[in-house]
Design a protein around this ligand. Structure first.
Ligand code: N01
Length: 523
């Protein structure tokens, strides 16, 4: 739904108003499209030389989405031409680029320039933004509103393993895949078995000489036959031409991830086997997943032991089985779960003293999700930085979007908005964008210089989120993941069903914010 002006005449006052969006990924591009539709001046600062964000940076073999594309796409471009139900990176990247081109965002996007700092100037009621271009030249700009569209998963997390820097062969993170490094016929070591590693493994196993996978803990992965299917021309025709079918198809994907899941995620306080499952539905899922693993690894007891998690299903992100388990039985693949002791110039040495010689090292070790906005310096009112406000790893925001002491700053895919239970991150972004657009409209139409979320609604929301998480699987004490901080507080995920989050963010409520009149500022 597009946010409409209530007072169209106010649009005329926009000449001096500017929004700065950080990042031109899936969310930044959508934000730009909505700002453009509303006629609000904006620019998008992008550190890469292209749009796409995560779908540009991640180009590792096998990279693709595990949420069906007919839902993992913009509601305003319900693309019926997807070639796959679960597209690979190139197809998604092209989709984002096509949208940016269609809406002529090239006029607003600046590439190869990275925001290093954004500081709130309370006297002028402006954000003073510093950015560095690819040659290291600093540039300064101002904006009335800053929207962070950098998300949670854009800074690779490199493991702190002794000797890693001594490794002499190519070593790189999945989000920085080194396409110059020839892996064909080489001995490859891969650290990490999350969503990225689980896609890389089956994609490279057939071409490498040997693949050694270093697993710290196994992840659950679910079989879905559609994962491997292409969308036939007939299906595309039906999606396009049968009235409402395309919408229905999208809606049922939305609904199954919104409602279908939640019963499997809630801890039943009376449930006996709390270590491995949560409730009857969750136990049923576990049974099916265990049977699937056993079948796929040809009932090899050692592989079953290594590949089966002890924690309940959904404790970490539920992955797609993209033939991961079948890959484990290949003669050139070894799954090592003894823990890494250190790395040497040509080998990874595990805690049992075994040297695993490798030529190339792939780090599928995830992202610095809890250090949201890293490494930007973000400074709000009274000189408070976002790191001071959030501590080392405790990001919080009202609906995941606004933070006290940081006026006119909006976050997309901020704290507690990650979807760990299925569903489309694009849907969540659009909820946030609609909310942000209403906030900006409120600023403009009430002739205000700044808005800032009040402490009371902010903390009330934090309590609600924490309370909701307490009953959910990812708070389970047996699970460690990037969803939680070191105190066990879930900082990444949303506890809500999609429909609940949509309802929460549907209407920007001005009474939750302090507004500062425009004439109460000095230049
Ligand atoms: O990262 P992860 P990811 N020594 O943090 C291991 C999205 N995504 O890039 O499980 C040894 O999940 C770590 O071990 P453990 C999606 O939201 C989506 O895979 O902590 N191992 C784990 O196995 C996803 O959730 C898609 O015990 C170390 C792995 O590295 C998010 O991105 C595709 C280690 C990291 O897994 C992140 O996924 C890709 C160490 N020091 C990504 N440090 C799709 O939609 C970490 N590990 C398909």
């Amino acid at each position: 739904k597009t946010v409409k002006w209530r007072e169209p005449a106010k649009a005329a006052t926009l000449a001096d108003f500017k929004v700065l969006v950080i990042g031109a990924g899936f969310s930044g591009v959508a934000m730009g499209i909505k700002l453009k539709e509303a006629g609000i001046p904006f620019s998008i600062i992008e550190k890469n030389d292209s749009v796409g964000g995560t779908w540009y940076e991640n180009s590792y073999p096998g990279c693709g989405v595990d949420t069906a594309n007919h839902f993992y796409s913009y509601s305003f471009d319900n693309n019926h031409d997807w070639d796959h139900f679960f597209a690979k990176r190139d197809e998604i990247y092209k989709y984002i680029r096509r949208n940016a081109e269609k809406h002529r965002l090239a006029e607003q996007i600046r590439y190869n320039i990275e925001v290093t700092s954004t500081v709130w100037d309370d006297d002028a009621a402006l954000w003073r933004v510093e950015a560095r271009d690819s040659e290291g030249k600093l540039e300064h700009m101002t904006a009335n509103v800053v929207v962070s569209a950098v998300g949670q998963l854009n800074r690779p997390s490199l493991p702190d393993i002794p000797g890693l820097s001594d490794f002499e062969g190519p070593a790189f993170h999945t989000a920085r895949w080194n396409h110059e490094a020839d892996i064909a016929g080489r001995r490859v070591g891969m650290i990490g078995t999350g969503a990225s590693g689980m896609q890389v493994g089956p994609a490279i196993a057939p071409i490498v000489d040997h693949l050694t996978i270093f697993q710290r803990s196994p992840h659950w992965a679910m079989h879905n036959p559609l994962y491997f299917e292409t969308v036939t021309d007939e299906k595309k025709w039906v999606l396009k031409n049968i009235p409402f079918y395309g919408k229905w198809f999208r809606f049922q994907l939305f609904w199954s991830s919104s409602d279908g899941f939640h019963s499997k995620l809630r801890i039943d306080p009376d449930w006996a086997d709390k270590a491995h499952t949560l409730n009857a539905d969750n136990a049923e899922v576990r049974k099916q997943l265990e049977a699937h693993i056993a079948k796929e690894v040809n009932y090899d007891p050692e592989l079953i032991r290594k590949a089966t998690p002890d924690y309940p299903p959904y404790g970490k992100r539920m992955l797609r089985d993209n033939h991961w388990y079948r890959m484990l039985v290949r003669p050139n693949v070894e799954l090592v779960d003894t823990g890494i002791d250190h790395v040497e110039k040509d080998a990874v040495v595990t805690k049992d003293g075994v040297r695993h010689e490798v030529d190339v090292l792939v780090l599928a070790t995830g992202f610095q999700a809890r250090r949201l906005l890293t490494p930007m310096h973000v400074e709000g009112k009274d000189g408070v930085t976002i790191r001071e406000s959030w501590g080392e790893d405790d990001p919080r925001a009202h609906f995941g979007i606004t933070v006290p002491k940081f006026p006119n700053l909006f976050l997309i895919y901020g704290p507690n908005t990650n979807l760990a239970h299925g569903g489309s991150a694009v849907f969540h972004s659009e909820c946030q964008i609609r909310y942000i657009m209403q906030g900006i409209r409120e600023l403009i139409e009430t002739n205000s210089a700044a808005l800032e979320v009040k402490d009371a609604p902010f903390w009330e929301y934090q309590d609600k989120v924490d309370e909701a998480h307490r009953g959910m699987v990812w708070s389970h004490p047996g699970v460690t993941s990037w969803y939680k901080n070191k105190n066990g507080r879930v900082t990444a995920n949303s506890p809500w069903r999609l429909v609940d989050y949509r309802n929460l963010t549907e209407t920007f409520e001005p009474s939750e914010y302090d507004f500062r009149p425009a004439d109460d500022k000095t230049e």
